[in-house]
Write a protein that binds this ligand. Structure first.
Ligand SMILES: O=C(O)CCC(=O)C1=CC=C[C@@H](O)[C@@H]1C(=O)O
Ligand SMILES: [Mg+2]
Length: 375
């Protein structure tokens, strides 16, 4: 196929509830949707970078810069793109900036699948027809409010409850959840890199709570200290921020830094790399799950497709649209079809259409690039 036009829409979508982590509070999602068109068919991808580089080095502005200046001009010169993986030749010329690459790659996967008339799930090798869904709960102002939120998520049927922790808001809230809701709730904590090895005694106090895992306790760019920490903890460590590629996954697994991996499509540079990590982990008996970045329905649809691969054996942060938005930008919105379970769409591409009206209501800026000229 030949890509004739690529559009970058910057959207601002207010979140229903502010989302607080150890690195700050988000009130709205400011992100980029990439649309890639060939022969009148358009595929969509979403950038998961945040407006500021708090989670990793990328930001909405760096994504726009890398796509506009470096990647899109090369893609629009490609004579032929047989498969989304052919983008790799271009991606190799830019180090890092994986969220920018993933946003474009996602649009090309959707386009490729729509042209072939196959679902993204099938094209990736997915085998599940439905996926179990977890929820990620931000840091709440008080333990009581956190308990209310956990209770409501359990009532809604979520299959995994993930709670954000940070120094000063860790052991007590997690103990309170266990006391109120019991030891059977599938519960985990995400620290978003907020601790160091000096905090090992605090983290050890989580062990009796039998959490499913603790996610990214140490630095966002570390694997060595995580291996040291894992030797001290019975709770399995799950790496998020530290894993950018299948090579990172291999190194982390080999040194014992992680027993579970959170695969975020954007963080690892796209669906092709996400699948490689999945396949490697499967061969090593390391379970994986799909993390979320507060995506709109477009990014969420990509996450659902990758989660249909068999080694995504732990529920992901792929909650339905109404957890985040009054109005999502896909039609239909992402919904449970039974409590805690989402059906994997069978239609071509991501299997969710665009709600054009809602989409345009959130757009704050558009750039369009065509094969012959840049507008
Ligand atoms: O519901 C979701 O999309 C998951 C939200 C979530 O947990 C996260 C979103 C953004 C950055 C991080 O704080 C984070 C995570 O680290 O997994
Ligand atoms: Mg995380």
């Amino acid at each position: 196929m030949v890509i004739e036009e690529i559009r970058l829409d910057r959207l601002e979508m207010p979140l229903k509830h502010p989302f607080e982590t150890s690195f700050g509070k988000l009130m709205k999602r400011d992100f980029v949707v990439v649309s890639a068109t060939s022969d009148g068919i358009t595929g969509y991808g979403e950038s998961t970078a945040f407006p500021l580089p708090f989670y990793n080095e990328e930001s909405t502005e760096t994504v726009l810069y890398i796509l506009k200046e470096l990647i899109i001009p090369q893609v629009l010169k490609m004579e032929k793109l047989e498969h989304p993986e052919d983008l790799d030749q271009i991606f190799q010329s830019v180090k890092g900036h994986r969220m920018a690459k993933a946003a474009l790659e996602g649009a090309v996967w959707d386009l490729y699948c729509k042209r072939k008339g196959v679902s993204l799930s099938k094209a990736l090798g997915g085998t599940k027809t439905e996926i179990d869904v977890g929820v990620s709960i931000g840091i709440e102002p008080t333990i009581e409010e956190l308990l209310d939120r956990v209770g409501s998520c359990i009532d809604q049927g979520y299959k995994k409850i993930k709670v954000k922790i940070k120094p000063g808001f860790d052991v007590k809230p997690m103990e309170a959840i266990r006391e109120r809701f019991g030891m059977d709730v599938p519960l985990m904590a995400d620290a978003n890199s907020a601790y160091t090895l000096q905090d090992v005694e605090i983290l050890k106090q989580l062990d009796p709570l039998k959490l499913m895992m603790i996610e990214q306790p140490l630095a966002y760019d570390d694997i060595i200290d995580h291996a040291t920490l894992q030797k001290e903890l019975s709770t399995p460590i799950c790496l998020d921020e530290s894993i950018h590629s299948v090579e990172d996954a291999r190194k982390a697994v080999e040194i014992g830094a992680t027993k579970i991996i959170n695969i975020k499509v954007g963080r690892v540079g796209g669906l092709a790399e996400a699948k490689k990590i999945h396949d490697y982990c499967q061969s090593m008996n390391i379970p994986v799950w799909c993390g979320g970045m507060l995506e709109s329905g477009i990014g969420r649809a990509h996450n659902i497709a990758i989660t249909s691969l068999s080694n995504f054996s732990i529920p992901g942060d792929t909650s339905p649209s109404d957890r985040y938005w009054d109005q999502d930008i896909t039609d239909p919105e992402v919904e449970f079809y039974k409590p805690g379970v989402i059906k994997v769409p069978e239609g071509p591409g991501v299997g969710y259409g665009l709600n054009v009206q809602a989409f345009h209501d959130y757009v704050v800026h558009t750039d369009t690039f065509t094969r012959t000229k840049t507008v």
